[in-house]
Ligand binder design. Structure first.
Ligand code: IP8
Length: 243
C-alpha cells in the first residue's frame, strides 16, 4: 500500500510572515505521519518560503528564468523549508529523507514533466519516507520554471501506483455554493458551477485545477485540512473524496 500525501504550504507555514514555519501544524502533521506503517511519500508546498522569491523574480509554472541567482534564491528558500519539514518528521520518529526536485525533475520542450521515480521507489523499498517539495526546475527552452507540489502529487501518484492520495490544505474540503464540504466528486461537471467552470484559467493552482487533476488519477484522492489528517492516515474518508 502506497500513499502520496501533500502538506499544503498554507498548512506548514505562516503565509503572512515571510519564511516562517507554522511549528504547531508541522508537528501535528509529523505526529500523524509517524503513525503510518506502510509506504508514504510526502510532498510540501511553498507557502511563505518559495512563493515570494518566485514572484520577485517573475518566475511561474509557465514564465521561466535564465537567472541562476533567481534559481538559487527560490530553490534555497524551498530547501530551508524542506529541512524544517524533514527535521520535524525525524523528530516524530519518521525515517524522512529530503528529495529536491531541482535535482530530480525537469520539463522538456513540450513542458512535459519527468521525475526520477526509480530513485523514489528504491527509497520506499529501503524503508525511507521521501519528502519532496514544490521547487524550481530546469525547463527546456525556458531556463527554469516553478514546479508546484500539486504537479508532483499527480506525477508520483501514477508513477508509484499509489493506492491513496491526500491533499492536506487550508480548507476542510471542496465547498459547494452553501459552503458545505462536498463528500464526493466523481465528475468535474458536477462541480463546474461552484468551481468556476471546466475551462476556467487557473494559473494560481486553485481548487478547480486541483480537482481537475485529482479526477484524472487512478487512485482515490482526498482534500481535507489539518483536522482531517489523522482520519486520512487511519484510512478513513475526511473532507472531499475525488474519484
Ligand atoms: O506551493 C510552489 O509549490 P506549491 C513552490 O505547491 C515554489 O504551489 C517554489 C513557489
Amino acid at each position: 500500500m502506497t500513499t502520496v500525501l501533500k502538506l499544503g504550504g498554507s498548512v506548514v507555514t505562516d503565509k503572512d510572515e515571510p519564511e516562517t514555519v507554522d511549528e504547531r501544524n508541522l508537528s501535528r502533521a509529523a505526529e500523524a505521519i509517524a503513525a503510518v506503517d506502510e509506504d508514504i511519500v510526502v510532498i510540501h508546498g511553498g507557502g511563505s518560503f518559495g512563493h515570494h522569491h518566485a514572484a520577485e523574480h517573475g518566475v511561474s509554472t509557465t514564465d521561466g528564468t535564465h537567472d541562476s541567482g533567481a534559481i538559487r534564491a527560490i530553490h534555497g528558500a524551498m530547501k530551508d523549508l524542506n529541512e524544517a519539514v524533514v527535521g520535524a518528521l525525524a523528530e516524530a520518529g519518521v525515517s524522512a529523507v529530503p528529495v529536491h526536485p531541482f535535482s530530480a525533475a525537469h520539463r522538456d520542450s513540450k513542458s512535459d514533466l519527468s521525475v526520477s521515480t526509480d530513485r523514489l521507489a528504491t527509497m520506499l523499498g529501503e524503508g525511507f519516507v521521501p519528502v519532496l517539495h514544490g521547487d524550481v526546475v530546469v525547463h527546456e527552452n525556458l531556463g527554469a520554471t516553478i514546479l508546484s507540489g500539486d504537479e508532483i502529487v499527480v506525477a508520483l501518484a501514477d508513477a508509484l501506483d499509489a493506492d491513496r492520495v491526500g491533499v492536506c490544505s487550508a480548507v476542510p474540503g471542496v465547498y459547494d455554493a452553501e459552503k458545505t464540504v462536498i463528500d464526493r466528486i466523481d465528475s468535474f461537471d458536477d462541480v463546474a458551477d461552484v468551481l468556476g467552470g471546466s475551462d476556467a484559467t487557473d494559473v494560481t493552482g486553485g481548487m478547480a485545477a486541483k480537482v481537475r487533476e485529482l479526477l484524472g488519477l487512478d487512485a482515490p484522492a482526498y482534500i481535507f485540512d489539518i483536522d482531517g489528517l489523522d482520519e486520512f492516515i487511519a484510512g478513513e474518508n475526511p473532507g472531499t473524496r475525488i474519484d
